[in-house]
Design a binder for this molecule. Structure first.
Ligand code: HEM
Ligand code: HEM
Length: 477
């Protein structure tokens, strides 16, 4: 464990390096910057791949080295893995900050980074070479997911040993982030196996597609938001962590049984229809508690000084967190509940309505949140200049406009598709032809989204570049 020492003072461009350190820094927090850098880079690449795929849907037979189905598989691989890599960095950084000590083994964290990046890149490379297994979202070879499981095993071991080392001072935020990582591991492992039975195969797949997102990541999310408010001094600990264990308990029980909303038509007993529908209602409660916790933190940070939050870096982080909360409510909970009603799901299942929900919920709630953490971590020790802050806000705005545009275009496409295909019974390909204008609108909105993406990533890179020397172990850490 070492103290942060040398901070030079430079002020130019979009970020200003601070003359004095804001808090203590630990070795694992420097290592967590690698995770975040990898996550934001993969996010930037994902947008490019996605835009090419979206264009291919309106201009068929575009010359491309990778066929659409493999491009889609790579896009979904990105959607699952960059938030995971960012989350690993986020959990390490905020666990050390929350406990105010080093994790059990920074060396393990370093190894874990190498392993997760190697296996994630292997998934993308093998899919580019047209080697895949056709399991949506987990289309790489099962062995590669075993590698990602190994990285999660190291993370879980490291975090549990960290908490165990001082069990009398475990805080709710640190505990729920560790439990979140344990769940990520437990839920992934069955997906490194091969199943001949299609029902079993689908059932296990949703342990990642659904339970990672709506249970494990909900725990890491709540832990991050609470710790962010506490360590940045924006809110008082007691205020934000008051209901944290209850919120985590509800996220676990709600998330677990609401897996049923993915089991409606896969061949499991019809009890899941009832469980999936009723328990999905419960899923909304922890989201409401998350919103309430952020509101409390936000309100108390405004009250703590006459002028409100002073740091532009913290403000930009808050814009990203607030964006995530909006989609938690609208894209995940409201839209999710609408398509959960079995009579609705019977018609909209697997249409563009699902794609709208997938984008609004997955990027909207998880993506924005991981970006918030990564921005905060990679800009550690610096402050954006007024120009840099404006560019950052513009990037968040473009991401929001692009995402809402894509979501709306997909929702309309989904309604038209459901009506013509599922209700009027028209031919699939004939219906597909009618969807072109909406898919074109999605490309345009996707372009705006990608612009916001690149602008934000540029901001993040600039901040990282300016602070990399101060944050490198060679400068005495
Ligand atoms: C430039 C931005 C993006 C564009 C243009 C785009 C485009 C696409 C396209 C063309 C598909 C194939 C199926 C379909 O037509 O809907 C797709 C599916 C999907 N994308 Fe994106 N995407 C973008 C960003 C993202 C991001 C940032 C995420 C999450 C981190 C994401 C998650 C997904 C998911 C989960 C699906 C599967 C949806 C389903 O079929 O159920 N996308 N996207
Ligand atoms: C952060 C939270 C959430 C995320 C990241 C998320 C993500 C996703 C994704 C990626 C899919 C597409 C799966 C596929 O292509 O097979 C999906 C489908 C679905 N989600 Fe969510 N979701 C979230 C919250 C919710 C909530 C709270 C509900 C309901 C209360 C819900 C209900 C559904 C339903 C019913 C489907 C299946 C749609 C179909 O049958 O095609 N989701 N979700």
């Amino acid at each position: 464990m070492k103290l942060f020492r040398a901070f030079s003072s430079q002020a130019s461009g979009r970020h200003r390096v601070l003359a004095r350190p804001p808090q203590r820094v630990f070795l694992v927090q420097m290592i967590s910057r690698r995770y975040c850098l990898a996550a934001v880079t993969l996010f930037a690449v994902q947008s490019m791949v996605a835009l090419a795929g979206a264009l291919d849907l309106v201009i068929p037979d575009l010359p491309s080295p990778i066929p659409f189905e493999f491009g889609r598989a790579i896009h979904l691989g990105f959607a699952v893995l960059w938030p995971l890599i960012g989350t690993m960095g986020m959990v390490y950084y905020f666990t050390a900050a929350e406990l105010n000590r080093e994790v059990f083994s920074p060396r393990l964290a370093r190894w874990q980074f190498g392993i997760v990046l190697t296996f994630a890149l292997s998934v993308y490379l093998s899919l580019s070479l047209r080697i895949g297994n056709g399991r949506e979202y987990l289309e790489g070879m099962p062995l590669l997911y075993l590698g990602i499981g190994l990285a999660l095993l190291l993370a879980a071991y490291n975090l549990v040993r960290t908490l165990w080392a001082d069990k009398h001072h475990i805080t709710p935020a640190a505990a729920i982030m560790t439990v979140g990582v344990l769940f990520l591991l437990i839920l992934l492992l069955p997906n490194a196996l091969h199943y001949n039975n299609p029902t079993l195969d689908e059932a296990a797949k949703f342990w990642v597609v659904h339970l990672w997102e709506e249970m494990a990541f909900e725990l890491t999310t709540a832990g991050f938001i609470a710790t962010f408010f506490i360590v940045s001094g924006l809110a008082v600990r007691e205020q934000v962590e008051k209901w944290l264990y209850l919120e985590a308990g509800l996220a676990v029980s709600g998330g677990l049984y609401s897996t049923g909303h993915h089991y409606f038509w896969i061949g499991v007993p019809s009890l899941w229809l009832l469980l999936g529908t009723l328990i999905s209602l419960l899923e909304v409660v922890p989201v409401a508690m998350l919103v309430q916790m952020t509101y409390v933190g936000f309100k108390s940070s405004k009250l703590s000084s006459k002028t409100g939050i002073k740091s532009k870096r913290e403000k930009l982080t808050l814009w990203l967190i607030l964006s995530s909360l909006i989609y938690h409510v609208l894209g995940a909970s409201v839209l999710g509940l609408m398509i959960t009603i079995p009579w609705v799901n019977l018609y909209v299942h697997g249409t563009y309505t699902t794609s709208a929900h997938a984008h609004l919920a997955l990027f909207g709630s998880m993506g924005f949140l991981v970006l918030a953490a990564c921005y905060y971590i990679l800009s550690w020790g610096s402050e954006p200049t007024a120009k840099g802050y404006k560019a950052g806000v513009l990037a968040v705005l473009l991401l929001n406009i692009g995402l809402i545009g894509m979501g709306t275009a997909l929702l309309v496409a989904g309604f038209v598709q459901t009506y013509l295909w599922r209700i009027l019974g028209q031919d699939f390909m004939q219906v597909r032809f009618h969807l072109t204008p909406y898919l074109l609108a999605r490309v345009l909105a996707g372009g705006v989204f990608a612009l916001g993406d690149f602008l934000l990533i540029w901001q993040i890179y600039t901040a990282w570049w300016r602070t990399r020397k101060q944050n490198s172990p060679s400068s005495g850490h």
